[in-house]
Design a protein around this ligand. Sequence first.
Ligand SMILES: Nc1ncnc2c1ncn2[C@@H]1O[C@H](COP(=O)(O)OP(=O)(O)OP(=O)(O)O)[C@@H](O)[C@H]1O
Length: 235
Amino acid sequence: MKLLEVRALESAYGASQVLFGMDFDVEAGEVVTLLGRNGMGKSTTIKTLTGLMAPRSGAVRLGGIDMTGRPAHQVARAGVGLVPEGRRVFPNLSVRENLMATAANRAGGTQPWTLARVYAMFPRLADRERNLACNLSGGEQQMLAIGRALMTNPRLLILDEATEGLAPLVRGEIWQCLGELKASGLALVVIDKNIGPLLRLADRHFIVAKGRVEWSGTSAQLKAQPELLHTYVGV
Ligand SMILES: Nc1ncnc2c1ncn2[C@@H]1O[C@H](COP(=O)(O)OP(=O)(O)OP(=O)(O)O)[C@@H](O)[C@H]1O
């Protein structure tokens, strides 16, 4: 059974339709990417499947259970963690308070995320535990956004532009963390502009153009067809 299935999803902002039949899926423990130029509908896909936006039609299933159109808190409780574009940490809460705000021990989790586990993954957050989130660097805020999503004990973690605007060294730390999460068996959906790390990390890729998937395949298949990246991603 697939962990996530997105089928024929259509979404619109008022009269302006953006998704025209998005189809993709994620297996348990798998890392997939959504690739594509700006404005093609990647973030809208994420907003729709996480319940931040209502779909016009189509279906979203998590572990075989229909989640189509469910509100965000229900999707989160069902095991989807989101690291949204722009981080969106709570600026006036401390690092610790941000992490505790989303802590939810889902029943059945074998190794639940705890403050100690998040701090082991991001030692800088431990050092800054009592600092307000608004006083953290961009990289630290990103780590906090990831830690906050992990505290919900997700089965699937979605990261929308998690390395955007970060210095190369910090970006490297984020990629390393995503590699560790994959090794731990967590499934990931990653949207990012850095193709090299995505090709190394991900199992499969979905190229999105004008609100639908134009191509899907493995990293090896994508590497063998550089013209796809040139045409659809602009690299
Ligand atoms: N809140 C909104 N209201 C109206 N239109 C929107 C809104 N958000 C996005 N759009 C439009 O929807 C289309 C798809 O945007 P979306 O953010 O999903 O693209 P994307 O592939 O994630 O690209 P980006 O990397 O730029 O975020 C774009 O044409 C965008 O202008």
